[in-house]
Design a protein around this ligand. Structure first.
Ligand code: ADP
Ligand code: GN1
Ligand code: MG
Length: 364
């Protein structure tokens, strides 16, 4: 990591205000490095992020996408006559040269306004989950009229299950870290489900499912709530907003919010689907999204939870087999522990599939 002086020099490249004195690590994402920036009065003013350039290889496209998305949301909020808009949409600062990011010869950096008096959660109640559902549905509807081709794919094939399985098969074949033997039961479980988990791609080819603009990382901690009212302020972490299938944005919240345990829970007994959270999220989401969803998408919503949980199981296991090259890890077997916890959640979602499907009848 950079020294404090280096971080201050990086901040100095941006059009910031006030006397900034510190930049401290913040949040617990698996990809970028996030820091909160404080001024001499002790107030947190900005969020500074080092973009993971190995993963987001086209930073120009990434920052351009984010600019398009935040401008569109800002416009919609203004049209609705909303107030306090700087807390409801992320606001990125240009550099002194007018660019959307700064390259220091080694890393790429960006800065946005810190949203004051806000809070994100790693675990939610049904009430918060209902609010989050409304917010992600609204997020998608505000972006629904972006012209096709406006946004680039910041990570090509990001939520394409067929592609994720190809990467998985490549890892299994090459076995670069010699870990295959240890995980052969999990590999078998993944293979068993592979065909059933590629339905979206099949439906798309048959012209029965369309692509929309999705957030593609609707983790529970990517929503900022007002610290006093517990209402949603802002959807954050916009790196992966891109064209894709709508189930992504349902599935990843079910995967993270409707889990009674942690994403990487060591104790698999903790991991199960929380049906109250699922129901509350779905109710909120359907309120803001039902006007643009097709009956096929509505019917497939519970499948979305299974799909994204399966996809994450595949992605964590692929990274474990590859020797931990993608996700930040905090212990040597972290990716394996994550895989097992995600697989346990998948089994629980499978057990509850009929009940979840039944819950959707109200909207069909
Ligand atoms: P990552 O890619 O690491 O997940 P995020 O953009 O999601 O990065 O930020 C990580 C955490 O930092 C969030 O969960 C949230 O708590 C906090 N955070 C990020 N941006 C802001 C912001 N503009 N204002 C307040 N808190 C923020
Ligand atoms: C990564 O950056 P973060 O932690 O919000 C990943 C997501 C995964 C998630 C698993 C660009 O998200 O796709 O679902 O970890 N982001 C990228 O927790 O790969
Ligand atoms: Mg995040």
């Amino acid at each position: 990591m950079k020294t404090k002086e280096q971080l201050m020099q990086i901040l100095d490249q941006f059009q910031t205000e006030g006397n900034l004195v510190s930049a401290e690590p913040f949040g617990n994402g698996h990809i970028n490095d996030t820091l909160k920036v404080t001024d001499d009065k002790g107030e947190i003013k900005y969020v500074l992020q080092r973009i993971n350039h190995n993963i987001f290889t086209n930073v120009e496209m990434l920052q351009n996408n984010i600019h398009i998305v935040t401008s569109q949301i800002r416009k919609k909020l203004e049209e609705r006559g909303e107030t306090d808009i700087d807390r409801k949409v992320l606001n990125f600062l240009p550099t002194k040269e007018g660019k959307r990011y700064y390259f220091d010869g080694d890393s790429y950096w960006r800065v946005c306004l810190f949203i004051p008096n806000s809070k994100s959660y790693e675990e939610v109640t049904p009430e918060l989950s209902y609010e989050a559902g409304k917010a992600f549905g609204d997020f998608q509807s505000m972006l629904a009229d972006l012209p096709e081709g406006a946004l680039g794919e910041t990570i090509p094939n990001f939520h394409n299950m067929e592609f994720r399985l190809e990467q998985f098969h490549d890892a299994v074949k090459a076995n670069p870290a010699g870990r295959l033997e240890e995980v052969k039961d999990l590999v078998e479980e993944i293979e068993k489900r592979a065909k059933a988990m590629c339905i979206q791609e099949d439906l798309y080819r048959a012209g029965k499912l369309k692509k929309r603009t999705n957030h593609c990382d609707t983790k529970v901690n990517n929503i900022m709530f007002d610290a006093n009212t517990q209402k949603v302020l802002c959807v954050i972490d916009l790196d992966t907003v891109m064209p894709g299938f709508v189930l992504s944005d349902i599935g990843d919240f079910i995967r993270t919010g409707a889990n009674t345990g942690a994403e990487d829970d060591e104790n698999l007994e903790n991991v199960n689907v929380n049906m109250d959270i699922f129901k509350a999220y779905t109710r909120g989401y359907m309120e803001t999204a039902k006007s643009f969803l097709s009956p096929t998408e509505i019917q497939m919503l519970p499948y979305g939870g299974r799909l994204l949980t399966y996809m994450q199981t595949v992605r964590f296991l692929t990274d474990y087999i590859n020797g931990d090259t993608y996700y930040k890890i905090h212990s040597p077997k972290h990716n394996l522990q994550r895989t097992k916890a995600q697989f346990k959640l998948l089994q629980s979602l499978e057990e509850h599939a009929a009940e979840m499907d039944g819950f959707m009848k109200e909207w069909l």
